[in-house]
Design a binder for this molecule. Structure first.
Ligand SMILES: Nc1ncnc2c1ncn2[C@@H]1O[C@H](COP(=O)(O)OP(=O)(O)OP(=O)(O)O)[C@@H](O)[C@H]1O
Ligand SMILES: [Mg+2]
Length: 351
């Protein structure tokens, strides 16, 4: 077990900066989740930590020791790839034991270590098979097993569950959480799945264009986003942003407290609107209704500017007819206000 510390990290590919002065501490035993749009540098950072790519500047420390000069096998980190990257000609047992054999352990030691880990992952009966004789979920377990047998100080997971079907993802998510509890090893985990990020992470680091926008506990990022990017990234459908003149109009109709400037942007999540019956609030026109089983979504357009505003209601709510004029009120305590530069202001309590 070890802390992972990244300081002043820079990385460019062919003159294009991909990671820009990155600083991050992942605590000993923590489950850190990386999220962010495609191409923002998440995999590149994992590859730099694993030693599969060289950095341009900065320092990477594992358990207090600088590792950027060390070859991958000596860094104390193990990486699990989205593609699994198993050797097709080797059995499961040989795939899992490969790293240990390379580090000079005896056949008996390797067998014992592989057998123990296979039991934990419930793949003992598959040890003599080749990867092509396994399902996707079984291959994923082998890839995780291969990382575990090396007893790394830090695990790096790059979207390990994204090739699995929805039911298997839920099952593997629970198993990863259990593994983390049992092993207590520091883990860094990249995902595009918001549920995985919210449920597995001790903390989330949200990346954008080679920088980290915010690091914190999942619920704190969700409830108190530091800026408009974070607010819009976490949550589906995403937070509604209402700009300029409409914000002023909303203030006049009682939806929001008046002390803010009309240059600010108002942010309200779809689940934090209610339909007003007294005619006060934000005036919108209903465009489309979606029943998705556990919720009813109203897709509306602001009267005047036409900005779209999504509303989430309980599944048994009665949907108004498309074309209806509606008034929306934000739930008190759930209104976010952003400066023109995107920074969040203290949250507004409404009366
Ligand atoms: N070997 C490489 N050579 C040149 N450019 C690269 C290389 N590897 C990555 N990049 C570029 O670096 C940027 C970051 O890539 P990276 O794979 O780290 O993104 P990511 O955040 O993991 O995205 P995704 O969510 O799609 O996996 C991208 O613009 C990518 O095209
Ligand atoms: Mg990636």
């Amino acid at each position: 077990m070890a802390e992972l510390t990244i300081s002043g990290l820079h990385k460019s590919f062919a003159g294009t900066a991909v990671l820009k002065d990155l600083n991050l501490s992942v605590h000993d035993g923590e489950f850190m989740v990386f999220v962010g749009p495609s191409g923002c540098g998440k995999s590149t950072l994992l590859r730099l930590v694993a030693g599969l790519e060289a950095l341009d500047a900065g320092e990477i420390r594992v358990g207090g020791t600088s590792v950027q000069q060390l070859p991958p096998a000596q860094r104390g980190v193990a990486m699990v790839f989205q593609s699994y990257a198993l050797y097709p000609h080797m059995t499961v047992a040989d795939n899992m034991g490969f790293g240990l054999r390379m580090s000079g352990q005896s056949a008996a030691q390797v067998n014992t270590a592989v057998g123990d880990v296979a039991e934990v992952l419930q793949i003992s009966h598959l040890l003599q098979r080749k990867p092509r004789e396994l399902s996707g979920g079984q291959r994923q377990r082998v890839a995780i097993g291969r990382a575990i047998v090396r007893r790394p100080r830090v695990f790096l997971f790059d979207e390990p569950l994204s090739n699995l079907d929805a039911a298997l993802r839920v099952q593997m998510r629970a198993e990863l959480a259990r593994l983390h509890r049992e092993l207590g090893t520091t883990m860094v985990y990249v995902t595009h799945d918001q549920v995985e990020a919210m449920t597995l992470g001790t903390r989330i680091a949200l990346f954008n264009g080679g920088r980290i926008e915010q690091v914190g506990a999942p619920l704190s990022l969700f409830r108190d986003p530091a800026n408009q990017f974070v607010a819009g990234f976490l949550g589906t459908p995403r937070m509604n942003f209402i700009e300029g003149a409409d914000w002023a109009a909303a203030a006049q109709t009682g939806t929001a407290a008046p002390p803010h400037q009309s240059t600010d942007t108002l942010g309200v999540r779809p689940e934090h609107w209610k339909l007003a019956t007294d005619g006060t609030g934000l005036r919108v026109q209903l465009e489309r209704v979606e029943h998705v089983g556990d919720a009813l979504f109203l897709h509306t357009a602001l009267r005047g500017s036409g900005q779209s505003v999504a509303v989430r209601l309980a599944p048994d709510a009665i949907a108004p007819a498309p074309g209806s004029a509606l008034s929306l009120q934000a739930v008190p305590g759930h209104v976010h206000v952003f400066n023109p530069d995107g920074r969040a202001q203290a949250r507004t309590a409404l009366h």
